[in-house]
Design a protein. Structure first.
Length: 271
């Protein structure tokens, strides 16, 4: 019942009979379900605005209370007439747009203690039942108002040239599918030095790793069969594969063969 207490305290000076207190409770239930009061009477007045408070003169006629409401989404406008018939109150509510009418009959004594009109904490009783009657008899048949959707911030505009699954923070593959591996730069190009450092994830070369085969000087070819009595069959070493030959590199290598020179103390058993 948060909100009904200050509303009743504000309207308490105008409450002079049990039906006044009941209308105040019904009014707040409509507010809780997304309606705001426009004013009293069947016809609109000047400078009307939607409000959670009861309008001036709402309690002027103790036999027929006439109030107009509008939903917060502006989709529905209700005309409420609370008609007193002996000890009961008949709620007649019409949706002005669809002309649909619903009726709910309430026994005033079931919800109001007439001897405690000046004490909010004692004036109302069976409020859960009153809420159920209002919801099932008025709100549900006429439709529950919906809140206006909040304007969401516009999504960031993406470059139409980029693929839909493009993620700028993802590390790209070395060789994207459907593309050829990048060619190595010329080893004689002085600007190739450091290229690997500038593009560590790409296919460039010329970084801090020395490659004797691409140092810029002519090198003899590697004979994978070096050191063997025979020749390796064709295809034993795939093209471009890293391969440590069995013997010294190249048949035309200049200088002595280091494999023919034993290390110092080779025959010393105590080494």
């Amino acid at each position: 019942m948060a909100g009904l207490e200050p509303l009743y305290s504000w309207a308490q000076a105008a409450v002079s009979c049990p039906q006044d207190a009941l209308v105040c409770g019904i009014h707040w239930e409509l507010i809780q379900h997304g309606y705001r009061c426009l004013g009293a009477g069947e016809q609109p007045g000047p400078d009307e605005r939607k409000s959670e408070l009861l309008p001036a003169g709402w309690e002027a006629n103790k036999e027929v209370y006439t109030l107009r409401y509008k939903s917060t989404d502006d989709a529905r406008e209700l005309l409420l007439k609370a008609i007193m018939v002996e000890d009961s109150m008949i709620l007649n509510v019409m949706d002005r747009a669809s002309q649909k009418v619903v009726d709910v009959t309430l026994a005033v004594a079931d919800y109001i203690n007439p001897e405690h009109l000046n004490d909010f904490h004692k004036v109302y009783k069976n409020m859960e039942e009153l809420r159920t009657r209002i919801a099932s008899g008025i709100i549900t048949p006429l439709g529950v108002p919906t809140e206006k959707p909040k304007k969401e911030p516009e999504a960031e505009k993406k470059d139409p040239a980029l693929p839909r699954d493009y993620e700028p923070l993802r590390v790209p593959p070395r060789h994207p599918a459907g593309t050829r591996a990048p060619s190595w730069p010329s080893p004689l190009n002085p600007f190739a030095v450091g290229g690997e450092d500038l593009d560590p994830l790409g296919g460039r070369r010329g970084g801090m790793f020395a490659d004797p085969l691409r140092s810029g000087f002519p090198q003899p070819g590697i004979d994978p069969s070096a050191g063997l009595p025979g020749r390796l069959p064709p295809g034993a070493v795939p093209p471009g594969a890293r391969f440590d030959p069995f013997g010294p590199v190249g048949p035309g290598r200049a200088g002595p063969d280091p494999d023919h020179l034993p290390p110092p103390g080779y025959d010393d058993m105590f080494m």
